[in-house]
Design a protein around this ligand. Structure first.
Ligand code: PMP
Length: 404
């Protein structure tokens, strides 16, 4: 994979920040967008824009084709059985809340269990916390090993026949661990429960096959995988989605509306009340074409190499704490520099044109588990190079000297 050539396709990356060429290492928060995606959104507004599913006129058909075509692409990308199992949402957060609010109360009651982990992003923690509070269910946490990974023996010991829902991230946005979600799904199923996967940090970086994982629900955000903000999706097994009630009511999602009762459209539209994010879906479709053009195996391999190179180089900086496992599968590294607040680290790095994230990363329980109030995080994507890592290492050495 030629990252330098790929970088050329991302207009925003070719600029200077504070007098230095930009090194963008905040991809876990959001990725940058290639020209192909920007152009697809522009083309949509210049040629196809109209509302979907209702216009009899030509633009209405163009917009509907573009929107539904994007759904087909998402289904293909996730290896879903059928496009009707793809519900467009605003992103991962909305997708997870949809499952928790619709599937949740219908299947979880007093004495039941919901199983999650302490490394969940708030978006995959609070919806289940709320569901537990509202239904009287018990929230249980799978224990984590000192480096943050989880052992299947602990999963077996935590999930019981009372477990109705297991919700877990595929890749942690802080630890960079890849969780054994396929094995966890099998354990959940053996106990009569279902699994919901937070795919926010996995979908952009590796090949996803929801059928092979045998997951019941899978959520992701487009903006972390080259697509615009405001678009993502929920995949669900057909029989589960069919049995669920919508949580948003209004235009677009109805079949017949009476004065006292109404009926809903079939899948996936019963979950898509109101005018959808049409241009966003078009952008997501273009992002998928772009990523498939490179190949997700190539993306994953590139990031694995980059992450392990970064781990090696960062380990050479005295006073730097690295969180998460030593060997990396994905390009995401969280760290702290001794006696320097991560916000200060990020500020100094920014002065050298290097963008990293600092804070709790929407993982307050995990921060407590790590005994850190905050951390800094560098996260890579297909356009990052070893030179970017070298710039990060040099920047951290400068930061140390600055505060030393
Ligand atoms: N889960 C994980 C693991 C994440 O990293 C994020 C984004 N930081 C989310 C969920 C939420 O994604 P979004 O804000 O796009 O809904």
């Amino acid at each position: 994979m030629n990252s330098k050539a790929l970088k050329e396709q991302f207009p925003i990356l070719n600029q200077e920040i504070n007098g230095h060429p930009l090194v963008y290492l905040d991809n876990a928060a959001t990725s940058q967008k290639p020209k192909a995606v920007i152009d697809a959104v522009k083309q949509y507004y210049e040629w196809e824009n109209s509302n979907v599913h209702r216009g009899v006129h030509t633009l209405g058909s163009r917009a509907t084709e573009a929107y539904e075509g994007a759904r087909e692409k998402v289904a293909r990308f996730l290896h879903a059985e059928d496009a009707s199992q793809i519900i467009f949402t605003r992103g991962t957060t909305t997708a997870l809340n949809l499952v928790a609010s619709s599937y949740g109360p219908a299947h979880v009651g007093i004495g039941d269990e919901i199983v999650i982990t302490e490394m969940e992003h708030h978006s995959n923690l609070i919806p289940w916390q709320q569901l537990a509070i509202r239904t009287g269910a018990t929230l249980k946490y799978i224990p984590m090993q000192p480096d943050g990974h989880i052992e299947l023996a602990d999963v077996e010991a935590t999930i019981t026949p009372k477990t109705k829902i297991v919700a877990i991230n595929y890749v942690s946005n802080v630890l960079g661990v890849v969780n054994p979600v396929k094995e966890i799904a099998a354990i959940a199923h053996r106990n009569g429960g279902i699994i919901v996967i937070d795919g926010a940090q996995s979908t952009p970086h590796m090949k996803i096959d929801v059928q092979e994982l045998d997951c019941d629900f899978y959520a992701f955000s487009g903006h972390k995988m080259c697509a615009p903000t405001g678009i993502g999706a929920l995949y669900g097994k057909k029989e589960l989605l069919e049995g669920m009630e919508p949580i948003e009511f209004g235009g677009e999602m109805i079949n017949d509306v009476g004065l006292y009762e109404s009926t809903w459209k079939e899948l996936p539209w019963k979950f898509e009340g109101g005018t959808p994010i049409i241009a966003g879906a078009v952008g997501l479709g273009a992002a998928i074409d772009f990523l498939e053009g490179i190949g997700m195996e190539a993306v994953a391999e590139h990031e694995r190499k980059l992450a392990n190179y970064a781990m090696e180089r960062l380990a050479g900086i005295e006073g730097l704490t690295l969180y998460g496992p030593k060997k990396r599968e994905v390009g995401l590294i969280t760290f702290n520099l001794e006696d320097v607040h991560p916000h200060d680290v990020a500020t100094v790095l920014d002065s050298y044109g290097i963008a990293v994230r600092a804070g709790h990363h929407c993982c307050q329980p995990l921060m407590r588990w790590l005994k850190a109030t905050a951390t800094a995080r560098a996260s890579f994507y297909l356009y990052n190079t070893e030179e970017d890592i070298d710039r990060l290492v040099d920047g951290l050495i400068q930061t140390k000297e600055y505060f030393g």
